[in-house]
Write a protein that binds this ligand. Structure first.
Ligand code: HMG
Ligand code: MG
Length: 312
């Protein structure tokens, strides 16, 4: 299994704590020694939208790259791609969703609008020989629209393929999928798309990330995203908690006799670089009946998202 460590991007984008650039660099450098195949270092998104990652350029500049490790970044538009080229990223990831509402809230455009933005990105990256991943968020559930039909995911996947995206990351943004739902979606996708072009990206809100990854394994899926310490979440997805923890993924796979080559001890060393900044990994949904919006970490200053009254 190829493990893609997304902690420096998915983990740190959702933190309220201010993490200094030097600590991010030290975190990535330590992760580079852990044996993971790929590290999503940061995101070249609008600093107005995700101020936590506004230092993406400096983080890329500061890291010490290890041979054999792929250093990737999120890009939402051509401006992001230009920044990724300038920073020397090895790979970029565009991101859209199977839910229109989430897509609007996250990248301020429709699914079609996003795909139009991605077309020139895919073409320019191909010309530069740079691989592109395409995330499909809300592949099972959306915080705003509820359950998402597998057919809606297939439509987005096919469009990403059509514009030349090499790898799609099927993403359970709010961590609500069950293994049966994973199987239902993969039953639909696999006949149309080779398993080696699919990655799985599970958030672990309900503690099912590991079961879900193991459900994907028999389909031939061999790329899984995870974040050290279970950091993560999306600031525009109410209720999204951390990604499945890298150490849990390593342990679960090795229990099944699958070698990962990843050192849990080194993952823990990496996390020590974040220890002073009160990072709250493995964040779980607050219980029903918690204080309403005034105390809601997901409100983003907008109207109540209904999360506490009606958690999906
Ligand atoms: P917009 O406001 O519609 O776009 O945002 P805009 O073009 O009007 O830009 C607004 C400002 O941002 C402008 O600056 C631009 O120059 C600047 P101003 O003129 O106002 O000073 N800007 C940029 N600056 C630097 N780099 C850029 C860039 N683009 C614009 N690339 C936009 C549209 C897509 C930019 C915005 O919505 C955005 O950045 N969204 C990103 C949201 C995000 O990062 N969400 C979290 C990641 S997705 C996720 O976590 C899910 C995932 O993990 C999978 C899963 O779990 O589901 C991947
Ligand atoms: Mg995510």
């Amino acid at each position: 299994m190829r493990i893609v460590e997304v902690g420096p991007r998915d983990g740190l984008q959702n933190e309220t704590a201010a993490v200094p650039t030097a600590a991010k660099i030290a975190f990535v450098d330590a992760l580079s020694q852990s044996g993971v195949a790929e590290i999503e270092v940061s995101a070249f998104v609008s600093p107005r939208w995700v101020p936590q990652l506004s230092d993406a350029d400096q983080v890329f500049e500061g890291i010490t790259r290890q041979n054999g490790v792929v250093y990737s970044a999120l890009v939402p538009n051509s401006k992001g791609l230009d920044r990724a080229f300038a920073a020397g990223a090895d790979k970029v990831a565009v991101f859209t969703a199977a839910s229109e509402t989430f897509n609007q809230k996250n990248i301020n455009t429709s699914i079609d609008g996003a795909l139009q933005r991605f077309r020139p990105i895919a073409a320019a990256a191909e010309e530069a020989g740079m691989p592109v991943r395409g995330y499909v968020s809300t592949a099972f559930w959306c915080a705003f629209e509820g359950r998402i039909a597998p057919q809606a995911v297939l439509r987005v996947v096919e469009q990403l393929m059509e514009i030349g995206i090499a790898e799609v990351a099927i993403s359970d943004t709010i961590g609500k999928a069950t293994p049966d739902e994973v199987r239902r979606l993969l039953d639909l996708l696999i006949p149309r798309l080779a398993a080696d072009r699919i990655a799985v990206h599970f958030h672990d809100t309900y503690g099912r990330g590991i079961e879900n990854m193991l459900a994907a394994w028999p389909y031939g899926i061999r790329t899984v995203d995870a974040s050290a310490g279970g950091l993560g979440g999306c600031p525009y997805a109410p209720g999204a908690s951390g990604n499945v923890a890298t150490g849990d993924v390593v342990t679960a796979l090795e229990d099944q006799g699958v070698a990962t080559g990843v050192s849990c001890r080194q993952l823990n060393r990496a996390l020590e670089h974040l220890a002073p900044y009160r990072i709250d990994g493995r964040r779980k949904l607050p219980p029903d009946g918690s204080p309403l919006c005034a105390a809601c970490p997901y409100s983003n200053g907008e109207a109540c998202c209904g999360h506490y009254q009606n958690p999906f």
